[in-house]
Design a protein around this ligand. Structure first.
Ligand SMILES: [Zn+2]
Length: 61
């Protein structure tokens, strides 16, 4: 198990506009993006991004 005080470097995506930011995930699950308080769209809600994906990805949706 990780130490209680360990933070993990992650990628996080804004739940409002899907912008992706470098972020830190705290042991309690809190995700905070690095360098600013929130997304440029004004949202402060972020979701963890699975960065294991490889290769190109189309923008379907
Ligand atoms: Zn946003």
């Amino acid at each position: 198990m990780a130490h209680r005080d360990d933070v993990t470097r992650v990628l996080a995506t804004c739940t409002a506009c899907n912008s992706v930011y470098a972020a830190r995930q705290w042991p309690d699950g809190e995700i905070k993006i690095i360098g600013q308080d929130g997304c440029s769209c004004g949202s402060t809600d972020f979701e963890l991004v699975d960065d294991s994906a490889d290769g190109t990805e189309s923008d379907a949706g």
